[in-house]
Write a protein that binds this ligand. Structure first.
Ligand SMILES: C[S@@+](CC[C@H](N)C(=O)[O-])C[C@H]1O[C@@H](n2cnc3c(N)ncnc32)[C@H](O)[C@@H]1O
Length: 245
């Protein structure tokens, strides 16, 4: 099965449970302020899913959610009818050059083996800012690779766990100048990341076994706590401006 079809299948299967689990993921992170977003702006999110991130841009003049998976967009549309939904691929955005003031992507780049063409498209359709939000792996390449292996056990459509330096390099390669950077870290429970309502039992078993034997190697700060595991969840926010913006 081709990668896009696999992503669509995975997120169609998990759409409802994913949306419930991640509902408050961005609450309190100040994403709108960090993005320097002003009322009335035109905002696009690539890989917007059910709009858990985009829903915070309530004062946008136009908010567009683009995603490969119609089932995810459908949930977003139901809860946030003010958001326009477009089914599409981040590598080929069906929008005119410089159409948006802000083009964001949150927690989608780790699904992309080669994110540069997507970032270039995001920069093309922005007349101002580009924002990339994603999980942030350790700078040590072995630890980042071990995190990638763990993530793929949980979700085979996970492509690569990248450190902050890789994201900075990507922005540079796409002609986007970094304006601001923020790393948000908090300790999270492993059992909330692999809930049985969202993931098949064999994947949960494989993750637990991996953590049991290779937790140290991930650089994710795994610790036994209260009868289970906790780890440090790291979210990177990188804001840039397009060269001509
Ligand atoms: C982990 S979800 C994140 C959804 C949302 N941004 C959020 O933070 O709640 C990743 C989303 O990226 C979408 N996606 C993956 N590859 C994509 C691509 N090449 N083009 C557009 N969307 C893609 C998936 O369909 C999925 O909805």
């Amino acid at each position: 099965m081709d990668r896009r079809a696999a992503v669509r299948q995975e997120f169609s299967r998990t759409a409802e449970a994913f949306t419930r689990r991640t509902r408050d993921r961005y609450r309190g992170l100040g994403v709108v302020e960090f993005a320097r977003s002003r009322p009335g702006e035109r905002v696009l999110e690539v890989g917007a899913g059910s709009a858990g991130f985009l829903k915070h841009f309530t004062e946008a003049g136009l908010a567009v959610a683009l995603d490969l998976t119609p089932a995810m967009l459908e949930l977003g549309r139901r809860e946030h009818p003010w958001i326009a939904c477009v089914v599409g691929d981040g590598g080929q955005l069906p929008f005119a050059t410089a159409r948006f003031d802000l083009v964001a992507s949150a927690l989608a780049f780790h699904h992309l083996p080669d994110p540069l063409p997507v970032l270039r498209e995001m920069a093309r359709v922005s007349r101002g800012r580009v924002l990339v939000v994603d999980q942030c792996a350790a700078e040590d390449p072995d630890q980042a690779a071990t995190q990638t292996r763990l993530e793929r056990l949980r979700d085979p459509t996970h492509a690569v766990s990248r450190p902050a330096s890789a994201y900075r390099d990507l922005l540079g390669a796409a002609g986007v100048a970094v304006l601001d950077e923020r790393l948000v870290e908090h300790r999270a429970r492993l059992d909330r990341w692999i809930t049985p309502e969202e993931f098949p039992a064999e994947r949960i078993r494989a993750v637990l076994e991996f953590v049991e034997h290779e937790a140290e190697g991930t650089g994710m700060g795994f610790r036994r706590e209260g009868g289970g595991w906790t780890y440090v969840r790291r979210i990177l926010m990188l804001l840039g401006t397009v060269a001509a913006g």
